[in-house]
Design a protein around this ligand. Structure first.
Ligand SMILES: [Zn+2]
Length: 235
């Protein structure tokens, strides 16, 4: 029993060291910017997913906030006008693999294909070659960083807004999750889609609508991830 406990603890520590959302062991993976400025980067993964991404863009426009969207190529291909709209309205769009399928993120040849296909889809939509990549589930291995380096891509991490977001709980749960994590330089990960297939995202949109004024009351401003990290959004 003791041995099992020790093994579990070892595995836990190993995971924490290499693969947790905060780990830098495998390569540079910013989850926040080293700043004392009260700025936060809102990021949204797994879209475009209509009608939700359009509604989210309406909310962001209403609050005059720019955000960052990490899009699977399959989703951008499905809703190209939404991707164009996001860029036209001042948001940043980055690469989030093509199929959002864990089986295609392990072998280097599959991973390279996932990244390249999405670059090909996004480039004409965003008006340049994207420079930012966020791995699905923030899943990294050493080969990922080699592939990203070869393509001039910067890996972007972040902190999940709430572990239950995928189940779309009461919006207040997500609001509280974001408020709990709020601090200067934070990159917060929310989802306007679900994998590369799409699903309702009402709770996330409502939470964003509620939390932006609360964060503004606390003195926070909002910037895109490239601005926060001081890196280009396009190559
Ligand atoms: Zn994702």
């Amino acid at each position: 029993m003791k041995a099992l406990t020790a093994m579990a603890a070892g595995l836990g520590a190993g995971y924490w060291f290499t693969a947790s959302q905060w780990s830098q062991a495998l390569g540079p993976f910013p989850f926040r910017a080293p700043t004392d400025e009260p700025v936060i980067a809102l990021t949204f993964d797994d879209g475009p997913n209509e009608p939700y991404t359009g509604r989210l863009a309406d909310v962001l426009a209403h609050h005059e906030v720019h955000a960052t969207f990490f899009e699977p190529g399959a989703c951008a291909e499905r809703f190209p006008d939404t991707t164009r709209r996001l860029v036209a309205e001042g948001h940043t769009v980055g690469n989030h693999s093509f199929h959002h399928d864990i089986r295609l993120l392990v072998r280097r040849t599959d991973l390279a294909d996932e990244i390249d296909r999405t670059q090909d889809v996004l480039t004409p939509l965003v008006g340049g070659v994207p420079a930012l990549y966020r791995p699905p589930w923030l899943f990294r291995h050493p080969g990922l960083f080699t592939e990203l380096d070869a393509r001039g891509l910067t890996a972007v991490g972040g902190e999940f807004c709430h572990p239950l977001e995928v189940f779309q709980p009461d919006p207040q749960v997500l609001v509280d999750g974001i408020l709990r994590r709020a601090r200067p330089g934070l990159i917060i990960v929310c989802h306007d889609g679900y994998n590369a297939t799409g699903a309702p995202r009402d709770a996330t949109i409502e939470a964003v609508d509620r939390v932006i004024p609360l964060l503004k009351e606390r003195g926070f401003g909002f910037v895109t991830v490239d601005t926060l990290l001081g890196v280009p959004a396009l190559q």
